[in-house]
Ligand binder design. Structure first.
Ligand SMILES: Cc1cc2nc3c(=O)[nH]c(=O)nc-3n(C[C@H](O)[C@H](O)[C@H](O)COP(=O)(O)OP(=O)(O)OC[C@H]3O[C@@H](n4cnc5c(N)ncnc54)[C@H](O)[C@@H]3O)c2cc1C
Length: 404
């Protein structure tokens, strides 16, 4: 076990690896990445929809909007240059009823404000792009949305940075706590560091708490599960078909995505779960589960968006309800076209506990020699390469902390 490094990154997901890469590009070296799992992509970075988002949804002043657009371009180029599978198929957002038109208009206005290329298309144009999708009068077409292989990106990036000899990823090594001075206590011994970057995804709030950072936030993990179209019916979807989402929530609604392997996934749902890594029934339950129950109950009582989401998502456990939601986007869908899928992911969603509000944006906070990246919810994969520049700026140029 190394005893010292200039930069210690906690978390070997996409956020940790892209920050390591950015530090290398700026001439830094002697970088260690702690990854508690034995392999890459065990959590969000290997368990997502694999969509390179265009930047349509996010409020113009948000970090999401600021880094998604450039991040999309950088990740697309990285895939092209490194032989990672990417399908530049675009996406449509459809209105399943007249009531959704207002939401569709608002999305298009937001896309324009964010400088994202997107167009209104009519039903005939929609039929040319997605022959089996339906919309009420018009839809949005986003040409710069792509689908890529997230695990392929992680593997290519890992090889690239480890190949320099200046970065080492220590698998199966957990950050346990902080000791006096710049010393991290890990499951494999202590490490002295110059600067520490917390990119621990679902556990970033716990790591931050060792530095007295982000104490106003609480985690509520939200599980996303998927179903799949059978091979025979996968022709029903060519690219991405999305609904108009509930603007009060940071989720995009159950949608269709044709992965780079040709499999068509439908999801993800957004159901609160009782463990940060509770991917299966009764998995990762413990004392913290009681805290999650309490937090969910408090949010249910105090936030109307949270309440509406909880009620509608709970119904999606029923195959019938999931199917009827999906059928609104693709009317020709029949129950026999859907099969269950083992694919699941959990979002590292935080709540601002003082305000009792779901946090909609990423949170970045610099505290002395440590930088903490919290609430890395979607589209943090898309944003990561652009966001890493901002993180490196903050770390190296002593820029002021953005939020806490
Ligand atoms: C269902 C779902 C669908 C999504 N779809 C998309 C999408 O289509 N497009 C998109 O752009 N984004 C999407 N996202 C979001 C995206 O996947 C995440 O924003 C991104 O992967 C977050 O990366 P991360 O590095 O912060 O977290 P992670 O990938 O979770 O990485 C953090 C790493 O830190 C490690 N770790 C944690 N604690 C410790 C510790 N104490 N010591 C050492 N290591 C530790 C973990 O093992 C983990 O590997 C989706 C997310 C989900 C859940």
């Amino acid at each position: 076990m190394e005893k010292s490094c200039d930069f210690l990154i906690v978390g070997g997901g996409i956020v940790g690896l892209t920050i390591a890469n950015e530090l290398l590009l700026r001439g830094c070296g002697n970088i260690l990445v702690l990854e508690k799992e034995k392999n890459l992509g065990a959590h969000s970075s290997g368990r997502n929809s694999g969509v390179l988002h265009a930047g349509i949804y996010y409020t113009p002043d948000s970090l999401k909007a600021r880094y998604c657009i450039e991040g999309n371009r950088l990740m697309r180029d990285f895939c092209r240059e490194n032989g990672v599978a990417i399908s530049e198929c675009g996406k449509v957002i459809v209105a399943d009823s007249e009531e959704k038109l207002e939401g569709l208009e608002a999305l298009q206005q937001r896309a324009q404000r964010n400088g994202v290329e997107s167009y209104f298309i009519d039903e005939k144009e929609l039929a040319d792009i997605e022959p089996h999708a339906a919309t009420f009068e018009k839809a949005i077409y986003s040409p710069s949305t792509s689908v890529f292989d997230p695990l392929g990106v992680l593997e290519a990036l890992y090889s690239k940075i480890e190949g320099t000899g200046k970065v080492r990823v220590l698998f199966d090594t957990t950050f346990v706590g902080k000791k006096e001075g710049r010393v991290a206590h890990t499951s494999k011994g202590d490490i002295n560091y110059g600067k520490l970057i917390n990119a621990a995804g679902l556990h970033a709030d716990v790591v931050a708490s060792h530095f007295e950072v982000g104490l106003r936030y609480r985690s509520i993990p939200f599980m996303g599960s998927y179903r799949e179209l059978t091979k025979k019916s996968s022709h029903l979807v060519r690219g991405n078909i999305y609904p108009v989402p509930d603007a009060r929530m940071p989720f995009l609604g159950v949608h269709f995505t044709r992965s780079t392997s040709g499999r068509v996934f439908i999801g993800p749902t957004a159901v609160p779960v009782l463990g940060r890594e509770s991917y299966g029934f009764l998995e990762d339950l413990g004392l913290e589960s009681f805290r999650f129950i309490y937090r969910n109950a408090s949010m249910f009582m105090s936030d109307s968006g949270f309440r509406a989401n909880a009620l509608s998502e709970a119904k999606k456990y029923l195959g019938r309800h999931f199917y009827s939601e999906a059928k609104k986007l693709v009317p020709g869908l029949a129950p026999r076209h859907l099969v269950s899928s083992a694919k699941t992911g959990i979002r590292s969603q935080l709540v601002d506990w003082r305000e009792k509000k779901l946090v909609m944006d990423y949170i970045v906070h610099k505290e002395g020699d440590s930088l903490h990246v919290l609430n890395t919810i979607s589209p943090a994969f898309t944003s990561s390469m652009s966001f890493a520049k901002y993180a490196a700026d903050m770390l190296l140029e002593e820029k002021a902390a953005q939020t806490q």
